[in-house]
Write a protein that binds this ligand. Structure first.
Ligand SMILES: Nc1ncnc2c1ncn2[C@@H]1O[C@H](COP(=O)(O)OP(=O)(O)O)[C@@H](O)[C@H]1O
Ligand SMILES: C[C@@](O)(CCOP(=O)(O)O)CC(=O)O
Length: 519
C-alpha cells in the first residue's frame, strides 16, 4: 500500500494544530436569554480556562475581550443528553494491525448508548452506572486527584494527542478504585472500566465539573470481538468533550473538515480509554466507532496518529456474524501474538506481512475504478482472502475450537468463507455467503448453529459513527420542541437489543458527525 492515497487525520503534533480559536458549540448552541454565551462556570463547567482559551494562549493568539454581560449570571442545569457509538467488525488484518500493518474494518449496526444526567449544583458527585456489567459506583468530585491531573507538567487538553498512559496518574487513581465492586466476581473488569472513565474525567474535566450520572447500555455483546470496549470509550470521550463544550456540531451543514476534526478529537480520547482497558490497542476499534462506515487503518508509529483511509465504496457484503459465546480477553490474545513474535520473530513477522498483503489485496479490489459492487467474481475474491486471513490467524494461535467448529459447519455446507473477527480465542466469526447459497442449506446451517449453542447476529455494515441526542428527548418524528424525555430508569431496565433500540429512538433527533470521504 502506498502512502500517497492515505489521508493523515490531524497527523500533526498538538502544538501544530490549526491556529484558530475553537468555537465550542454545546449541542445545540446553548442560548441563554437568546444570547449564545459560554461563560466560565456556566452549567458549572469551567470550559474556558482549561480548554479553548488555553489553546489560544498557547498559540499566542490574543483572545478578543468578551462583551460584559449586563444580566446576572445564571447556572442552568444542562439537559440530560445521550451519545451513541457503534461496534465494528474487522474484515481483514486484526492482530497484524497491532504490529503496524493495515486492517480493514467497518462499523456495525449494534451500538452503545450513554445517558448523561446532570445533577443540581449542590450534588458534587459523579456516578458511573455500567448497567450491563453490574457496575455502579459514585465518587465525590472534590476528593479526586485533580492536583495530579492538573499539575502543569502533566495537564493535557481536549486537543492533546495522548499515546500512552502516565504511570503516576494511573497510580493516583488507585485509591479511588479500591472501593469499586468489592467482592464482585468481575471486579477486575469493573476496575479497568472505572479507571478508563476516571482517567478521561480527570483529564477533560475540572474540579468545577458538574455532578452527573453516566448510565451506559449496549447492544454489542461484550468481549465478542465486536469492539464493545471501543464503542463504550467513544461514548465516554464524546460525552465528556460535549460537557466541556469543545465539540462543534454535529450539524447537517457542517463542513466535512470540521466534522473530521470533531471525530478525531473524540477518537483521540477514546484511544486513551482503550489504553486503560486493553494496554496495547492499535486504535482501529475506536477509529471505526468514532467515524463509522468502513476504513483502512494503519498505525506505523504509536507516538503519532494513525493513517485512516475511508472506504466510501465499501460493498454491502452478505455477512453472517456468529458468536461462539466463548469468553476471552483482547489483551490475552494480543499478548499471545507478541509472545509468539518474541519467540519466533522471523516466522511471525512473515505471517503478519502476509496478512498485510491480504488486506491490501482487498483494498485494491474495492478501490478499483471498475469496481461495481458485489459481483460473483468479487465475492469469490473476497471470500478467498477471508479464508486465507483466517488460516494466518490460526497460525498465530488466536483461534479456538469453537471458532473452528463454526468454520467446519460452513465448510461442510459449502456455502461461504469464514474467518474469526477481532481478537479471537473465542468471540465471533464472520462468514461471507456465496450468492448461490440455497435458502434451505442456509437454514440448515443456521439450525446447526442454534443447536450447538452459537448465537447469530443480524447486522448491517458501514453505518454511522458517534451520534448525539441533545437533549435526550424523542421528537416523535418532528423537529419541534417537546416530546418524550428518555427516562433513566426505563433506560436502565430496557430489555435486549430491541428494548434498548426502541427506547433510544434510533433515527429520531439523533445527529452524527460525518467523516469526509473525498481526499
Ligand atoms: N456494555 C458495556 N458496559 C460497560 N462496559 C463495557 C460494555 N461492553 C464492553 N465494555 C468494556 O469493554 C470490555 C470488553 O472489551 P474486549 O474484551 O476488548 O471486548 P470487545 O472485543 O467486545 O471490545 C469490558 O471488560 C468493559 O470494560
Ligand atoms: C486484535 C485486535 O487487532 C482487535 C481486537 O478487537 P476486539 O477487542 O476483539 O473487538 C487488537 C487491536 O487492534 O487493538
Amino acid at each position: 500500500m502506498t502512502e500517497s492515497p492515505i489521508r493523515r487525520l490531524n497527523g500533526m503534533k498538538a502544538s501544530a494544530l490549526p491556529q484558530r480559536r475553537t468555537v465550542a458549540h454545546f449541542l445545540p448552541d446553548n442560548p441563554v436569554n437568546g444570547v449564545s454565551v459560554h461563560p466560565k462556570g456556566e452549567n458549572g463547567v469551567d470550559d474556558s480556562s482549561d480548554t479553548a482559551s488555553t489553546e489560544s494562549q498557547m498559540n499566542g493568539i490574543e483572545e478578543p475581550k468578551r462583551p460584559t454581560m449586563s444580566r446576572k449570571a445564571s447556572s442552568p442545569m444542562a439537559p440530560t443528553f445521550m451519545v451513541s457509538a457503534p461496534g465494528k467488525v474487522i474484515v481483514f488484518g486484526e492482530h497484524a494491525v497491532v504490529h503496524g500493518k493495515a486492517a480493514m474494518a467497518a462499523a456495525i449496526s449494534l451500538r452503545s448508548y450513554l445517558l448523561v444526567t446532570t445533577l443540581s449544583k449542590s450534588q458534587r458527585t459523579i456516578t458511573l452506572n455500567f448497567r450491563d456489567l453490574g457496575l455502579n459506583h459514585t465518587w465525590d468530585i472534590d476528593t479526586l486527584p485533580w492536583d495530579k491531573f492538573h499539575d502543569p507538567s502533566k495537564k493535557k487538553f481536549y486537543y492533546s494527542l495522548v499515546t500512552e498512559l502516565d504511570p503516576e496518574l494511573v497510580e493516583s487513581l488507585e485509591p479511588h478504585l479500591q472501593g469499586v465492586s468489592k467482592g464482585h466476581p468481575d471486579r477486575k473488569t469493573h476496575i479497568r472500566s472505572a479507571s478508563a472513565f476516571l482517567y478521561l474525567f480527570l483529564s477533560l474535566g475540572s474540579p468545577q465539573s458538574p455532578g452527573a450520572i453516566y448510565t451506559l447500555r449496549s447492544t454489542i455483546p461484550i468481549g465478542a470481538g465486536l469492539g464493545s470496549s471501543a464503542s463504550v470509550c467513544v461514548c465516554l470521550s464524546s460525552a465528556l468533550l460535549l460537557q466541556i463544550r469543545t465539540l462543534a456540531g454535529p450539524h447537517p451543514d457542517q463542513p466535512p473538515e470540521e466534522a473530521e476534526t470533531q471525530i478525531e478529537r473524540i477518537n483521540r480520547w477514546a484511544f486513551v480509554g482503550e489504553l486503560c482497558i486493553h494496554g496495547n490497542p492499535s486504535g482501529v476499534d475506536n477509529t471505526v466507532a468514532a467515524g463509522g462506515k468502513a476504513v483502512i487503518f494503519r498505525r506505523f508509529d504509536y507516538t503519532k496518529p494513525p493513517t485512516v483511509l475511508p472506504l466510501p465504496t465499501f460493498p454491502e457484503l452478505p455477512l453472517l456474524l456468529v458468536d461462539t459465546r466463548q469468553a476471552r480477553s483482547t489483551k490475552t490474545e494480543v499478548d499471545k501474538v507478541s509472545n509468539l513474535k518474541s519467540a519466533h520473530p522471523i516466522v511471525t513477522e512473515s505471517i503478519l506481512d502476509a496478512i498485510d498483503q491480504v488486506t491490501c489485496s482487498a483494498q485494491r479490489l474495492i478501490e478499483d475504478p471498475n469496481f461495481e459492487g458485489i459481483s460473483e467474481e468479487t465475492l469469490a475474491h473476497f471470500g478467498t482472502l477471508i479464508r486465507i486471513n483466517h488460516g494466518f490467524l490460526v497460525s498465530l494461535g488466536v483461534s479456538h475450537p469453537r471458532l473452528e467448529r463454526i468454520r467446519e459447519l460452513v465448510d461442510y455446507a459449502d456455502i461461504g468463507w469464514t474467518k474469526l473477527t477481532g481478537a479471537g480465542g473465542g468471540g465471533c466469526a464472520i462468514t461471507l455467503l456465496r450468492p448461490e447459497a440455497k435458502a434451505e442449506v442456509r437454514q440448515q446451517l443456521e439450525d446447526n448453529f442454534a443447536n450447538e449453542g452459537f448465537d447469530r447476529y443480524e447486522v448491517t455494515l458501514g453505518g454511522d459513527g458517534v451520534g448525539v441526542l441533545y437533549p435526550a428527548v424523542l421528537r416523535n418524528g418532528t423537529d419541534e420542541e417537546g416530546g418524550e424525555e428518555i427516562d433513566q430508569q426505563k433506560f436502565e431496565e430496557a430489555v435486549g437489543v430491541e428494548g434498548i433500540k426502541r427506547l433510544v429512538g434510533v433515527g429520531e433527533g439523533w445527529k452524527y458527525w460525518q467523516r469526509a470521504t473525498t481526499h
